[in-house]
Design a protein around this ligand. Structure first.
Ligand code: MN
Length: 163
């Protein structure tokens, strides 16, 4: 299966719409958002994909975000989301608390660990855990390009896409 990865959209609605088009063109089965939507309106623009998300440090309007997730039939999972996709154990955490992030990665419990927050792309192994950050979909934040990613669970290939 193909999993769309996106993080730190920070209300860039234009890029969110571009990301939805990319995810649909890539026929992803699910889209994981690693947090920092910021306002509920940014979630509404993700309608059209099967969305699962976790809360970032800037996601303070939890009632508003929850209601928008419900409206687009998405699932807002709180701070940490764990799931098994295609036999691989995933954990998703925004990465606000560095110690907590390290602890989750180094627990060795996960095949894939997804995070955001740093706005920097990451794709490496720490122990047996594949550690992935799709970068920021907002773009030009700290001078960085806007990126998302698609992970293929069969080939384990990760493709970064510039928005
Ligand atoms: Mn953040």
């Amino acid at each position: 299966m193909k999993i769309g990865l996106i993080s730190d959209t920070h209300d860039n609605l234009q890029n969110v719409r571009k990301a939805v088009r990319e995810f649909n063109d890539n026929h992803v089965d699910v889209v994981i958002h690693a947090g920092d939507f910021v306002s509920p309106i940014a979630v509404e623009s993700l309608a059209g994909v099967k969305l699962v998300g976790v809360l970032g440090n800037n996601d303070t309007d939890i009632p508003g975000l929850t209601s928008t997730f419900n409206k687009i039939h998405g699932e807002l999972k709180g701070e940490i989301f764990e799931s098994v996709y295609d036999g691989m154990k995933f954990a998703v955490y925004h990465g606000t608390n560095l110690a907590k992030k390290d602890q989750l990665i180094k627990s060795g419990k996960y095949d894939v660990f997804i995070y955001g927050h740093t706005h920097r792309k990451d794709n490496r192994y720490i122990g047996t855990t594949r550690v992935i950050n799709p970068g920021t979909a907002k773009g030009w934040f700290f001078g960085l390009f806007a990126t998302i990613a698609v992970f293929d669970t069969s080939s384990r290939n990760l493709e970064f896409i510039n928005l």
